[in-house]
Ligand binder design. Structure first.
Ligand code: ARG
Length: 457
Protein backbone atom coordinates (compact mmCIF):
# COMPACT_ATOMS: atom_id res chain seq x y z
CA UNK A 1 0.00 0.00 0.00
CA UNK A 2 1.49 3.31 -1.08
CA UNK A 3 0.40 6.84 -0.34
CA UNK A 4 0.11 7.57 -4.06
CA UNK A 5 -1.12 4.36 -5.67
CA UNK A 6 -4.68 5.47 -6.56
CA UNK A 7 -3.99 5.79 -10.27
CA UNK A 8 -1.92 2.61 -10.51
CA UNK A 9 -3.25 -0.79 -11.45
CA UNK A 10 -0.08 -2.73 -10.61
CA UNK A 11 2.27 -2.79 -7.63
CA UNK A 12 5.76 -1.35 -8.04
CA UNK A 13 8.39 -3.92 -8.94
CA UNK A 14 10.63 -4.75 -6.01
CA UNK A 15 13.65 -3.64 -8.03
CA UNK A 16 12.06 -0.25 -8.51
CA UNK A 17 11.25 0.03 -4.82
CA UNK A 18 14.89 -0.57 -3.99
CA UNK A 19 16.13 1.73 -6.71
CA UNK A 20 13.75 4.57 -6.01
CA UNK A 21 13.94 4.49 -2.27
CA UNK A 22 16.05 6.95 -0.34
CA UNK A 23 15.09 5.84 3.14
CA UNK A 24 18.51 4.26 3.77
CA UNK A 25 20.17 7.63 3.67
CA UNK A 26 17.43 10.21 4.23
CA UNK A 27 16.22 8.66 7.48
CA UNK A 28 18.69 10.92 9.22
CA UNK A 29 16.31 13.78 8.38
CA UNK A 30 13.60 12.36 10.66
CA UNK A 31 13.89 15.13 13.24
CA UNK A 32 13.71 17.96 10.71
CA UNK A 33 10.88 16.20 8.90
CA UNK A 34 8.76 15.85 12.01
CA UNK A 35 9.53 19.35 13.29
CA UNK A 36 8.57 20.75 9.90
CA UNK A 37 5.37 18.73 9.83
CA UNK A 38 4.40 19.93 13.28
CA UNK A 39 4.88 23.57 12.28
CA UNK A 40 2.90 22.95 9.09
CA UNK A 41 0.00 21.20 10.80
CA UNK A 42 -0.29 23.79 13.57
CA UNK A 43 -0.52 26.47 10.90
CA UNK A 44 -3.22 24.41 9.08
CA UNK A 45 -5.21 24.35 12.33
CA UNK A 46 -4.76 28.05 13.01
CA UNK A 47 -5.80 28.93 9.45
CA UNK A 48 -8.85 26.67 9.85
CA UNK A 49 -7.75 24.58 6.89
CA UNK A 50 -8.19 21.59 9.18
CA UNK A 51 -9.82 21.46 12.63
CA UNK A 52 -7.75 22.54 15.59
CA UNK A 53 -8.35 19.27 17.47
CA UNK A 54 -7.18 17.35 14.40
CA UNK A 55 -4.04 19.44 14.24
CA UNK A 56 -3.44 18.82 17.93
CA UNK A 57 -3.83 15.06 17.54
CA UNK A 58 -1.45 15.00 14.59
CA UNK A 59 1.09 17.05 16.51
CA UNK A 60 0.87 14.81 19.57
CA UNK A 61 1.25 11.67 17.47
CA UNK A 62 4.17 13.09 15.50
CA UNK A 63 5.92 13.77 18.80
CA UNK A 64 5.33 10.18 19.85
CA UNK A 65 6.73 8.95 16.55
CA UNK A 66 9.79 11.15 17.06
CA UNK A 67 10.36 9.66 20.51
CA UNK A 68 9.92 6.14 19.15
CA UNK A 69 12.40 6.74 16.34
CA UNK A 70 14.89 8.07 18.84
CA UNK A 71 14.36 5.06 21.06
CA UNK A 72 15.08 2.79 18.10
CA UNK A 73 11.56 1.41 18.13
CA UNK A 74 10.68 2.28 14.55
CA UNK A 75 11.50 0.17 11.54
CA UNK A 76 11.47 2.02 8.26
CA UNK A 77 9.98 0.50 5.15
CA UNK A 78 11.68 0.61 1.74
CA UNK A 79 8.30 0.49 0.03
CA UNK A 80 7.40 3.80 1.70
CA UNK A 81 10.33 5.24 -0.26
CA UNK A 82 11.66 8.07 1.84
CA UNK A 83 11.60 9.56 5.31
CA UNK A 84 8.68 11.83 4.46
CA UNK A 85 6.33 9.04 3.42
CA UNK A 86 7.61 6.72 6.12
CA UNK A 87 6.65 9.19 8.83
CA UNK A 88 3.31 9.90 7.20
CA UNK A 89 2.54 6.19 6.79
CA UNK A 90 3.30 5.57 10.46
CA UNK A 91 1.15 8.54 11.41
CA UNK A 92 -1.80 7.20 9.43
CA UNK A 93 -1.32 3.72 10.86
CA UNK A 94 -1.62 5.23 14.32
CA UNK A 95 -4.52 7.68 13.97
CA UNK A 96 -6.21 6.71 10.73
CA UNK A 97 -8.12 9.28 8.71
CA UNK A 98 -7.02 12.32 10.72
CA UNK A 99 -3.42 11.47 9.87
CA UNK A 100 -4.30 11.72 6.20
CA UNK A 101 -4.84 15.46 6.63
CA UNK A 102 -1.22 16.31 7.45
CA UNK A 103 -0.17 16.60 3.83
CA UNK A 104 -2.86 19.20 3.00
CA UNK A 105 -1.37 22.13 1.09
CA UNK A 106 2.04 20.52 0.93
CA UNK A 107 4.12 18.40 -1.43
CA UNK A 108 7.14 16.25 -0.77
CA UNK A 109 8.93 18.66 -3.05
CA UNK A 110 8.67 21.60 -0.69
CA UNK A 111 8.89 19.26 2.28
CA UNK A 112 12.26 17.82 1.28
CA UNK A 113 13.58 21.27 0.39
CA UNK A 114 12.61 22.37 3.90
CA UNK A 115 14.16 19.37 5.62
CA UNK A 116 17.51 19.68 3.91
CA UNK A 117 17.67 23.39 4.68
CA UNK A 118 16.93 22.72 8.35
CA UNK A 119 19.54 20.00 8.43
CA UNK A 120 22.22 22.15 6.83
CA UNK A 121 21.48 25.06 9.16
CA UNK A 122 22.11 22.87 12.17
CA UNK A 123 25.26 21.32 10.74
CA UNK A 124 26.74 24.69 9.77
CA UNK A 125 26.51 25.65 13.43
CA UNK A 126 28.19 22.41 14.49
CA UNK A 127 30.99 22.79 11.97
CA UNK A 128 31.51 26.41 12.92
CA UNK A 129 32.12 25.38 16.53
CA UNK A 130 34.65 22.78 15.42
CA UNK A 131 36.55 25.35 13.35
CA UNK A 132 36.49 27.73 16.27
CA UNK A 133 38.04 25.05 18.47
CA UNK A 134 40.82 24.65 15.91
CA UNK A 135 41.38 28.41 16.00
CA UNK A 136 41.63 28.35 19.79
CA UNK A 137 44.29 25.68 19.67
CA UNK A 138 46.20 27.52 16.94
CA UNK A 139 46.11 30.70 18.95
CA UNK A 140 47.37 28.95 22.07
CA UNK A 141 50.33 27.47 20.27
CA UNK A 142 51.03 30.78 18.53
CA UNK A 143 51.14 32.59 21.87
CA UNK A 144 53.97 30.34 23.01
CA UNK A 145 55.97 30.74 19.82
CA UNK A 146 56.25 34.43 18.96
CA UNK A 147 60.02 34.03 19.27
CA UNK A 148 60.41 30.60 17.72
CA UNK A 149 62.27 31.26 14.51
CA UNK A 150 61.99 29.01 11.46
CA UNK A 151 62.52 29.59 7.76
CA UNK A 152 59.59 30.87 5.76
CA UNK A 153 59.55 29.25 2.31
CA UNK A 154 58.73 30.12 -1.24
CA UNK A 155 59.00 27.36 -3.86
CA UNK A 156 59.71 25.17 -0.81
CA UNK A 157 63.13 26.84 -0.70
CA UNK A 158 64.17 28.64 2.46
CA UNK A 159 63.36 32.30 1.93
CA UNK A 160 63.21 34.60 4.96
CA UNK A 161 63.04 33.96 8.67
CA UNK A 162 59.63 34.07 10.32
CA UNK A 163 58.25 32.69 13.57
CA UNK A 164 56.11 29.68 14.25
CA UNK A 165 53.40 32.00 15.57
CA UNK A 166 53.41 33.85 12.25
CA UNK A 167 53.20 30.61 10.28
CA UNK A 168 50.38 29.10 12.33
CA UNK A 169 48.36 32.29 12.37
CA UNK A 170 48.28 32.18 8.57
CA UNK A 171 46.03 29.12 8.95
CA UNK A 172 44.03 30.93 11.60
CA UNK A 173 43.18 33.58 9.00
CA UNK A 174 42.30 30.98 6.36
CA UNK A 175 39.84 29.15 8.55
CA UNK A 176 38.45 32.46 9.74
CA UNK A 177 37.37 33.08 6.15
CA UNK A 178 35.98 29.54 6.03
CA UNK A 179 33.78 30.43 8.98
CA UNK A 180 32.70 33.62 7.22
CA UNK A 181 31.78 31.73 4.09
CA UNK A 182 29.73 29.26 6.11
CA UNK A 183 27.95 32.10 7.88
CA UNK A 184 27.14 33.58 4.50
CA UNK A 185 25.74 30.31 3.22
CA UNK A 186 23.74 30.02 6.41
CA UNK A 187 21.97 33.29 5.59
CA UNK A 188 20.90 32.02 2.19
CA UNK A 189 19.90 28.62 3.57
CA UNK A 190 17.80 30.29 6.22
CA UNK A 191 14.85 30.86 3.86
CA UNK A 192 11.68 28.80 4.13
CA UNK A 193 10.63 26.96 0.94
CA UNK A 194 7.51 25.34 2.47
CA UNK A 195 4.36 26.63 0.78
CA UNK A 196 5.89 26.19 -2.66
CA UNK A 197 3.85 23.01 -3.01
CA UNK A 198 4.82 20.66 -5.82
CA UNK A 199 5.87 23.59 -7.99
CA UNK A 200 3.00 26.09 -8.25
CA UNK A 201 2.30 26.79 -4.58
CA UNK A 202 -1.16 25.93 -3.30
CA UNK A 203 -4.80 27.00 -3.24
CA UNK A 204 -5.01 26.87 0.55
CA UNK A 205 -4.61 30.07 2.56
CA UNK A 206 -1.29 29.07 4.13
CA UNK A 207 0.45 31.41 6.54
CA UNK A 208 3.99 30.89 5.37
CA UNK A 209 5.43 33.63 7.55
CA UNK A 210 4.04 31.98 10.67
CA UNK A 211 5.67 28.68 9.71
CA UNK A 212 8.95 30.48 9.00
CA UNK A 213 8.85 32.14 12.39
CA UNK A 214 8.01 28.91 14.18
CA UNK A 215 10.92 27.09 12.52
CA UNK A 216 13.39 29.94 12.95
CA UNK A 217 13.69 30.97 9.30
CA UNK A 218 14.63 34.52 8.48
CA UNK A 219 12.45 34.84 5.38
CA UNK A 220 10.43 32.80 2.86
CA UNK A 221 11.12 31.98 -0.80
CA UNK A 222 9.41 34.27 -3.31
CA UNK A 223 9.05 31.90 -6.23
CA UNK A 224 7.60 28.45 -5.79
CA UNK A 225 9.42 26.92 -8.78
CA UNK A 226 12.70 28.14 -7.37
CA UNK A 227 11.74 27.16 -3.83
CA UNK A 228 11.36 23.48 -4.67
CA UNK A 229 14.01 23.08 -7.28
CA UNK A 230 17.17 24.93 -6.45
CA UNK A 231 19.92 23.34 -4.46
CA UNK A 232 22.42 26.17 -4.72
CA UNK A 233 22.68 26.37 -0.94
CA UNK A 234 23.81 22.70 -0.89
CA UNK A 235 26.39 23.45 -3.57
CA UNK A 236 27.57 26.51 -1.68
CA UNK A 237 27.97 24.42 1.41
CA UNK A 238 29.96 21.79 -0.48
CA UNK A 239 32.06 24.48 -2.04
CA UNK A 240 32.80 26.03 1.35
CA UNK A 241 33.64 22.64 2.80
CA UNK A 242 35.92 21.92 -0.15
CA UNK A 243 37.81 25.15 0.46
CA UNK A 244 38.07 24.34 4.14
CA UNK A 245 39.45 20.88 3.29
CA UNK A 246 41.86 22.46 0.83
CA UNK A 247 43.20 24.56 3.71
CA UNK A 248 43.45 21.56 6.00
CA UNK A 249 45.19 19.58 3.29
CA UNK A 250 47.87 22.25 2.86
CA UNK A 251 48.36 22.35 6.60
CA UNK A 252 48.50 18.55 6.68
CA UNK A 253 51.08 18.49 3.93
CA UNK A 254 53.31 20.86 5.88
CA UNK A 255 52.97 18.87 9.07
CA UNK A 256 53.82 15.68 7.19
CA UNK A 257 56.97 17.34 5.87
CA UNK A 258 57.77 18.89 9.23
CA UNK A 259 57.71 15.60 11.11
CA UNK A 260 60.01 13.89 8.59
CA UNK A 261 63.60 13.32 9.68
CA UNK A 262 64.65 15.69 6.89
CA UNK A 263 62.86 18.63 8.54
CA UNK A 264 62.49 17.50 12.14
CA UNK A 265 60.51 20.67 13.02
CA UNK A 266 57.83 18.82 14.99
CA UNK A 267 57.10 15.47 16.50
CA UNK A 268 53.59 14.07 16.54
CA UNK A 269 52.39 12.64 19.80
CA UNK A 270 52.41 8.84 19.88
CA UNK A 271 48.66 8.85 20.41
CA UNK A 272 48.21 10.63 17.07
CA UNK A 273 50.65 8.51 15.08
CA UNK A 274 50.68 4.99 13.77
CA UNK A 275 53.32 2.33 13.20
CA UNK A 276 54.22 0.05 10.34
CA UNK A 277 53.38 -3.65 10.23
CA UNK A 278 56.83 -4.42 8.82
CA UNK A 279 59.27 -1.58 9.59
CA UNK A 280 59.82 -1.42 13.34
CA UNK A 281 61.30 2.08 13.31
CA UNK A 282 58.32 3.76 11.64
CA UNK A 283 56.09 6.39 13.17
CA UNK A 284 53.73 7.67 10.54
CA UNK A 285 51.60 10.83 10.44
CA UNK A 286 48.51 8.92 9.27
CA UNK A 287 46.06 11.44 10.70
CA UNK A 288 47.48 14.30 8.65
CA UNK A 289 47.70 12.07 5.58
CA UNK A 290 44.09 10.96 5.91
CA UNK A 291 42.88 14.53 6.27
CA UNK A 292 44.84 15.35 3.12
CA UNK A 293 43.34 12.29 1.43
CA UNK A 294 39.76 12.93 2.46
CA UNK A 295 39.97 16.32 0.80
CA UNK A 296 39.53 14.51 -2.50
CA UNK A 297 36.33 12.94 -1.32
CA UNK A 298 34.82 16.28 -0.32
CA UNK A 299 35.78 17.77 -3.71
CA UNK A 300 34.10 14.71 -5.23
CA UNK A 301 30.85 15.52 -3.46
CA UNK A 302 30.94 19.06 -4.79
CA UNK A 303 31.54 17.84 -8.34
CA UNK A 304 28.84 15.18 -8.00
CA UNK A 305 26.14 17.63 -7.01
CA UNK A 306 27.17 20.30 -9.50
CA UNK A 307 26.95 17.66 -12.20
CA UNK A 308 23.61 16.31 -10.97
CA UNK A 309 22.08 19.78 -11.03
CA UNK A 310 23.53 20.73 -14.39
CA UNK A 311 20.83 21.29 -17.06
CA UNK A 312 17.92 20.09 -14.92
CA UNK A 313 14.73 21.70 -16.19
CA UNK A 314 12.42 23.39 -13.69
CA UNK A 315 11.10 22.41 -11.31
CA UNK A 316 11.62 19.28 -9.17
CA UNK A 317 13.17 16.22 -10.82
CA UNK A 318 13.93 12.97 -9.08
CA UNK A 319 17.60 13.47 -9.93
CA UNK A 320 17.59 15.86 -7.03
CA UNK A 321 17.22 13.04 -4.54
CA UNK A 322 20.93 12.60 -5.31
CA UNK A 323 21.66 15.82 -3.40
CA UNK A 324 21.62 14.14 -0.02
CA UNK A 325 24.45 11.64 -0.02
CA UNK A 326 27.15 14.11 -1.13
CA UNK A 327 25.93 16.67 1.41
CA UNK A 328 25.81 14.10 4.21
CA UNK A 329 29.13 12.57 3.29
CA UNK A 330 30.93 15.90 3.13
CA UNK A 331 29.47 17.00 6.47
CA UNK A 332 30.36 13.68 8.10
CA UNK A 333 33.87 13.83 6.69
CA UNK A 334 34.50 17.35 7.94
CA UNK A 335 33.08 16.49 11.33
CA UNK A 336 35.52 13.60 11.59
CA UNK A 337 38.52 15.51 10.28
CA UNK A 338 38.31 18.68 12.35
CA UNK A 339 38.40 17.27 15.90
CA UNK A 340 41.16 14.78 15.20
CA UNK A 341 43.21 17.35 13.30
CA UNK A 342 42.82 19.85 16.13
CA UNK A 343 43.82 17.31 18.77
CA UNK A 344 46.80 16.26 16.65
CA UNK A 345 48.26 19.75 16.49
CA UNK A 346 47.38 20.39 20.11
CA UNK A 347 49.55 17.46 21.16
CA UNK A 348 52.48 17.80 18.74
CA UNK A 349 55.91 18.75 20.06
CA UNK A 350 57.78 21.65 18.53
CA UNK A 351 61.51 21.15 17.88
CA UNK A 352 62.65 24.76 18.17
CA UNK A 353 66.36 23.94 17.79
CA UNK A 354 65.81 22.30 14.41
CA UNK A 355 63.68 25.18 13.20
CA UNK A 356 66.36 27.67 14.17
CA UNK A 357 69.09 25.56 12.60
CA UNK A 358 67.18 25.46 9.34
CA UNK A 359 66.67 29.22 9.40
CA UNK A 360 70.39 29.76 10.01
CA UNK A 361 71.49 27.32 7.34
CA UNK A 362 69.53 28.65 4.44
CA UNK A 363 70.76 32.25 3.97
CA UNK A 364 67.32 33.39 5.09
CA UNK A 365 68.92 36.69 6.15
CA UNK A 366 70.26 37.48 2.66
CA UNK A 367 67.46 39.98 1.96
CA UNK A 368 68.33 41.77 5.19
CA UNK A 369 72.00 41.86 4.26
CA UNK A 370 71.00 43.57 1.01
CA UNK A 371 68.72 45.95 2.91
CA UNK A 372 71.69 46.78 5.15
CA UNK A 373 73.65 48.00 2.12
CA UNK A 374 70.62 49.93 0.86
CA UNK A 375 70.21 51.65 4.20
CA UNK A 376 73.87 52.65 3.93
CA UNK A 377 73.45 54.27 0.55
CA UNK A 378 73.67 51.54 -2.10
CA UNK A 379 70.89 51.18 -4.75
CA UNK A 380 68.89 47.96 -4.17
CA UNK A 381 69.83 46.26 -7.45
CA UNK A 382 73.55 46.72 -6.71
CA UNK A 383 73.05 45.47 -3.17
CA UNK A 384 71.20 42.40 -4.51
CA UNK A 385 74.18 41.64 -6.74
CA UNK A 386 76.76 42.08 -3.96
CA UNK A 387 74.90 39.77 -1.58
CA UNK A 388 74.33 37.24 -4.38
CA UNK A 389 78.09 37.05 -4.85
CA UNK A 390 78.61 36.78 -1.11
CA UNK A 391 76.16 33.88 -0.91
CA UNK A 392 78.00 32.16 -3.76
CA UNK A 393 81.26 32.66 -1.86
CA UNK A 394 79.70 31.23 1.32
CA UNK A 395 78.39 28.16 -0.52
CA UNK A 396 81.83 27.50 -1.97
CA UNK A 397 83.45 27.87 1.43
CA UNK A 398 80.81 26.09 3.49
CA UNK A 399 79.97 29.18 5.53
CA UNK A 400 76.89 31.17 6.45
CA UNK A 401 76.67 34.96 6.18
CA UNK A 402 77.03 35.25 9.96
CA UNK A 403 80.34 33.32 9.86
CA UNK A 404 82.18 35.76 7.57
CA UNK A 405 84.83 38.12 8.97
CA UNK A 406 84.55 41.83 8.36
CA UNK A 407 87.61 41.59 6.03
CA UNK A 408 85.77 39.04 3.93
CA UNK A 409 82.74 41.33 3.82
CA UNK A 410 84.82 44.31 2.82
CA UNK A 411 86.25 42.40 -0.14
CA UNK A 412 82.76 42.53 -1.61
CA UNK A 413 81.89 46.09 -0.62
CA UNK A 414 83.53 48.81 1.46
CA UNK A 415 80.09 49.78 2.76
CA UNK A 416 80.08 46.88 5.24
CA UNK A 417 80.89 47.77 8.86
CA UNK A 418 80.79 45.93 12.18
CA UNK A 419 77.07 46.79 12.41
CA UNK A 420 76.29 44.25 9.67
CA UNK A 421 76.31 41.39 12.18
CA UNK A 422 73.54 42.95 14.21
CA UNK A 423 71.57 43.76 11.06
CA UNK A 424 71.56 40.19 9.81
CA UNK A 425 70.92 38.42 13.10
CA UNK A 426 67.77 36.33 12.67
CA UNK A 427 66.01 37.98 15.63
CA UNK A 428 66.65 41.36 14.07
CA UNK A 429 65.46 40.13 10.65
CA UNK A 430 62.18 38.97 12.19
CA UNK A 431 61.61 41.91 14.51
CA UNK A 432 62.40 44.54 11.91
CA UNK A 433 59.44 43.25 9.94
CA UNK A 434 57.33 45.34 12.17
CA UNK A 435 54.45 45.96 9.82
CA UNK A 436 51.00 44.75 10.71
CA UNK A 437 50.71 41.31 9.14
CA UNK A 438 54.43 40.74 9.56
CA UNK A 439 56.27 38.35 11.88
CA UNK A 440 57.80 40.73 14.46
CA UNK A 441 57.07 39.80 18.04
CA UNK A 442 55.21 43.01 18.80
CA UNK A 443 53.03 42.81 15.67
CA UNK A 444 52.26 39.16 16.31
CA UNK A 445 51.26 40.02 19.85
CA UNK A 446 48.90 42.64 18.54
CA UNK A 447 47.36 40.24 16.03
CA UNK A 448 47.03 37.60 18.74
CA UNK A 449 45.22 40.12 20.95
CA UNK A 450 42.82 41.01 18.14
CA UNK A 451 42.28 37.35 17.39
CA UNK A 452 41.44 36.63 21.00
CA UNK A 453 38.80 39.34 20.88
CA UNK A 454 37.43 37.91 17.66
CA UNK A 455 37.14 34.46 19.26
CA UNK A 456 35.27 35.92 22.21
CA UNK A 457 32.78 37.78 20.02
N1 ARG B 1 12.87 11.53 -1.62
C1 ARG B 1 12.62 12.64 -2.47
C2 ARG B 1 13.90 13.49 -2.59
O1 ARG B 1 14.74 13.33 -1.82
C3 ARG B 1 11.53 13.49 -1.93
C4 ARG B 1 10.83 14.30 -2.96
C5 ARG B 1 10.08 13.39 -3.86
N2 ARG B 1 9.21 14.10 -4.74
C6 ARG B 1 8.67 13.51 -5.79
N3 ARG B 1 7.89 14.24 -6.49
N4 ARG B 1 8.91 12.27 -6.10
O2 ARG B 1 14.05 14.28 -3.49
Amino acid sequence: MKLWDGRFSKATDALVDDFNSSIFFDQRLYKQDIEGSIAHVMMLGKQEIIKQNEADLIKKTLKEILADIEAGKVEFDVAAEDIHMNVETILISRIGDVGKKLHTGRSRNDQVALDIRMYIKEEIKNIDLLIKKLQEVLLNIAKKHTETILPGYTHLQRAQPITLAHHLMAYFEMVKRDRNRLADTYRRTNILPLGSGALAATTYPLDRHAVAKKLGFEDITYNSLDGVSDRDFCIELLSNLSILMMHLSRFSEELILWCSLEFGFIEMDDSYSTGSSIMPQKKNPDVAELVRGKTGRVYGSLMALLTTMKSLPLAYNKDMQEDKEPVFDAIDTIKMCLPVFTAMIDTMKVRKENMLKAAKGGFTNATDAADYLVKNGMPFRDAHEVIGKLVFYCIQNGKSLDDLTLEEYKKFSPVFEESVYQAISLEECVNKRNVIGGPSKSMMEEVIRKSEEYLKS
